[in-house]
Design a protein around this ligand. Structure first.
Ligand code: NAD
Ligand code: WQD
Length: 338
């Protein structure tokens, strides 16, 4: 039996594929390479000493999915495939809903037709919306996400909850990620954003390596200790370990379960800059700019439920997250196109 990883050539997916191969799983990757390079999987193969099966294809393509399930015996689906740029989603909502929502529906239809009912879905803390007291636990109601990207995640969550209610075959994990950062400790695979990075840590890393001049700090007048936004950054290798733990738990339970994957600790933008300077020995030039629309002041997880029910918790601290980011960035200043 093999594990199907949709979006497995992407940032988180490639780290997941490596971890799965190292844990002895057979892996099939389905990725349309819309936001990834197959070079990530070539490097995974070098690191793991074995390769996943790679299928270049789209989760919206039912024929492709049917052929995949007919050819490979799949036990579990880890569903990372999706578009993730918040700004793009505001400009192109139809593309986001089509890819993320319609794509997930087609995937579930093909799974049910093939009799595959174990699914781990990449959700996001963005589904909680604004206005909750910190830290955020899974019992809080979901809110109204500030953009179509976040909304697409909540819509898929809703679909999956309805699906599991209607058909008791399904075992589904909704994993709500906080802010994944870092890279594999080898520095061979990591995050390779297209164009100007939207997210803080890749931007800082590109300033430190000399690829960009100055970071804009989006607002220093938030009601936080130093006025800048506070987030729960989680090492990507901890995040993928959380998926392994969820896969294991799903083998013995039905229905839908929701788990936060975060560390339970928040850091401000200024703390992140300072920590990156310490780890890299580089100066990170920044200027304070206006707040970015849609940003919340603070967001960090209560990770208790995952610890209790998955036996998982994040093990890697901020220094390790940033040191691993820096190793990857230095070795691959232009990402996979070096
Ligand atoms: P990524 O863009 O690096 O990876 C997504 C992968 O999916 C890419 O390789 C892309 O080519 C592929 N893909 C996109 N649409 C596809 C389609 N229709 N068919 C097949 N493949 C398709 O992003 P990531 O950071 O690795 O994120 C993985 C998942 O986790 C996404 O669903 C994302 O929304 C979710 N997530 C990410 C973050 C984050 O900050 N990185 C936070 C919360 C949730
Ligand atoms: C972190 C902090 C910014 C860039 C986003 C998505 C979310 C999730 C993860 C997928 C904030 C500040 C950032 C910059 C800055 N993705 N910042 N200058 O906004 O918490 O979450 O990615 O689900 O849905 O919204 O992450 O890394 O963009 O920002 O000052 O150039 O850094 O204001 O306080 P965010 P981020």
């Amino acid at each position: 039996m093999a594990v199907l990883v949709t979006g497995g050539a992407g940032y988180i997916g490639s780290h997941m594929v490596l971890t799965l191969l190292e844990a002895g799983h057979e892996v099939v990757v389905l990725d349309n390479l819309s936001n990834a390079s197959q070079e990530s999987l070539r490097r995974v193969e070098l690191l793991a000493g074995k390769a996943p099966v790679f299928i270049k294809g789209d989760i919206r393509d039912r024929h492709c999915l049917d052929a995949l399930f007919a050819e490979h015996s799949i036990s579990d689906v880890l569903h990372f495939a999706g578009l993730k740029s918040v700004g793009e989603s505001v400009a192109e909502p139809l593309r986001y809903y089509e890819n993320n929502v319609a794509g997930s529906l087609t995937l579930c239809q093909a799974m049910a037709a093939a009799g595959v009912y174990r699914l781990v879905f990449s959700s996001s803390a963005t589904v909680y919306g604004d206005g909750h007291p910190m830290p955020i636990h899974e019992g809080l109601p979901t809110g109204r996400p500030a953009n179509p990207y976040g909304h697409s995640k909540l819509m898929v969550e809703d679909v999956l909850r309805d699906l599991a209610k209607a058909d008791e075959h399904w075992s589904i994990a909704l994993l709500r990620y906080f802010n994944p950062v870092g890279a594999h400790e080898s520095g061979r695979i990591g995050e390779d954003p297209n164009g100007i990075p939207n997210n803080l840590v890749p931007f800082i890393a590109q300033v430190a390596v000399g690829r960009r001049d100055t970071l804009s700090v989006f607002g220093n007048d938030y009601p936080t200790p130093d006025g800048t936004g506070v987030r729960d950054y989680i090492h990507v290798m901890d995040l993928v370990d959380g998926h392994l733990a969820a896969m294991q738990v799903l083998t013995s339970q039905r229905g839908v379960s929701t788990w936060n994957l975060g560390t339970g600790r928040g850091y401000s933008v200024l703390e992140m800059i300072k920590a990156f300077e310490t780890v890299s020995g580089q100066h990170v030039s920044y200027k304070v700019a206006d707040r970015r629309e849609g940003d919340v002041a603070e967001c960090w997880a209560d990770p208790t439920l995952a610890r209790q029910e998955l036996g998982w918790e994040a093990m890697r601290g901020l220094e390790e997250m940033l040191a691993d980011t820096w190793r990857w960035q230095q070795a691959n200043p232009q990402g996979y196109s070096d």
